[in-house]
Write a protein that binds this ligand. Structure first.
Ligand code: FES
Ligand SMILES: [Fe+2]
Length: 424
């Protein structure tokens, strides 16, 4: 594509042209220059425990398959038969046994992508070279327990791509395993969802019901961009006081919990009790609990439990948002737990997913509505720009920036703009 986006505003300043949410041309550029060139989260290594386990995803509208081989290696391929292009599986995940066999003319491929079976192959003549018709590989790397793929990476390694985010992310994504999933589609541009995970300005208003429950417990927070293109939201609160929490829950829900019965989700939080001091804490005033939301460019968000607590570090949500059009996107959530967790703890984590995340979840439904409303408004003539200019000190924020500042989003748009303008 020869078109170069001629932005009327400089996205890196935080004044964002609303055309990026409505333009078909810009969506095409995003697929070609961002989604095809960045490392994209695919799944966790424990989605691929056994040889033949696979996971599929769409990268810049191209079907990609990630699969574990008999040698234990995880590889990625274009999910397209080398004969006439049929996808080898249209399932999200599963196990292919020892062979990927195409449903159309039964060409088959081993777990390394080699073409191993061609029915009636003599018809192709003596010069037919099976070696030329293996599955086309896709770059694939792991970062601890996370598997990433890239069609045409602009940086050589996943570690380079993660940059400053690697150190933030690493403690959360070791020894985790997926225990549940859900997906839904909303009527809005994909960026509206990802922006929302870099935004803590909205939380106390959009999620008012949660805020009321937690009244007085959220003390402070910070926000910063982690180059290139990633970000961290962090906030601090005193250790949870379960009886006080239960009283607030009872008051705002109208349900009497005096017999110990709690609704789904909240029961799991209460069962955990106060997160407690971090390891090595030697007494005195209990320290604040910190929690983070990590956003990885361009479309991955990680929402773990409280930081520096054994439970919180290993339980949470991995979310991706995938564009289906300028005004339509799909969210895929994986809930994960500590590999050491027992069944009851996993069940609690699943209940928390059901309660808070998903198109019906009390958190996600608020954000979904916000995205849909923004999409309706940005396509009109009510204004040309969206503002991400909160936080006026130079730099990328950090512990001096308020959690409501927008360094996190400006770092996204700084790198977003670089990718879109890169015609190489
Ligand atoms: S399309 Fe796959 S075998 Fe023909
Ligand atoms: Fe939100």
């Amino acid at each position: 594509m020869s078109v170069s986006p001629d932005f009327r505003t400089d996205l890196a300043t935080g004044v964002v042209d609303r055309a990026i949410y409505t333009s078909e041309e810009i969506l095409a550029l995003e697929k070609e220059r961002i989604f095809a060139r960045t490392w994209r989260y695919a799944c966790t290594i424990r989605d691929l425990r056994n040889p033949g386990d696979y996971f599929t995803l769409s990268v810049a509208d191209q079907p990609v398959l990630v699969i574990r081989g008999n040698d234990g290696e995880i590889r990625a391929f274009h999910n397209a038969c080398s004969h006439r292009g049929a996808v080898l599986t249209d399932e999200r995940c599963g196990n292919q046994g020892q062979v990927l066999k195409c449903m159309y003319h039964a060409w088959s491929f081993n777990l390394k992508g080699d073409l191993t079976g061609v029915p009636y192959d003599e018809g192709y003549g003596p010069g037919f070279d099976r070696g030329a018709y293996g599955l086309k590989p896709v770059a694939c790397e792991t970062f601890h327990d996370l598997v990433f793929v890239a069609l045409r990476p602009t940086v050589p390694s996943l570690t380079d791509f993660l940059g400053e985010m690697a150190d933030h992310l690493a403690p959360y994504v070791q020894g985790i395993e997926p225990i549940g999933r859900n997906s839904w589609i909303y009527d809005g541009n994909w960026k509206l969802w990802h922006e929302n995970f870099r935004d803590d300005y909205h939380a106390e208003f959009t999620h008012r019901s949660i805020r009321d429950l937690l009244a007085g417990t959220t003390a402070r927070g910070w926000n910063w961009g982690a180059a290139p293109g990633h970000s961290v939201l962090q906030w601090a609160f005193p250790p949870l006081d379960p009886p006080k929490y239960a009283r607030a829950l009872q008051r705002f829900s109208g349900v009497d919990f005096s017999d110990g019965t709690m609704p789904v989700g909240w029961s799991s939080m209460l069962a955990q009790g106060p997160p407690g001091p971090p390891e090595g804490f030697a007494g005195g005033e209990p320290p604040e609990i910190r929690q983070e939301v990590l956003a990885v460019f361009p479309n991955l968000d990680i929402q773990p439990g409280p930081k520096d607590t054994p439970r919180g570090m290993k339980a949470g949500y991995l979310q991706t948002v995938t564009p289906l059009g300028v005004n339509r996107a799909r969210v895929d959530i994986t809930v994960y737990s500590d590999v050491e967790d027992d069944d009851a703890t996993r069940q609690e984590q699943l209940e928390n997913l059901a309660d808070t995340q998903g198109s019906w979840g009390k958190l996600s439904c608020d954000d979904t509505e916000a995205a849909a409303r923004c999409q309706i408004g940005v396509r009109g003539e009510g204004g040309r720009s969206n503002l991400f200019t909160r936080g006026v000190a130079p730099g990328r924020g950090g512990e001096s920036a308020d959690v409501r500042d927008e360094y996190s989003q400006r770092e996204f748009f700084r790198v977003y703009q670089q990718y879109l303008r890169d015609e190489s």
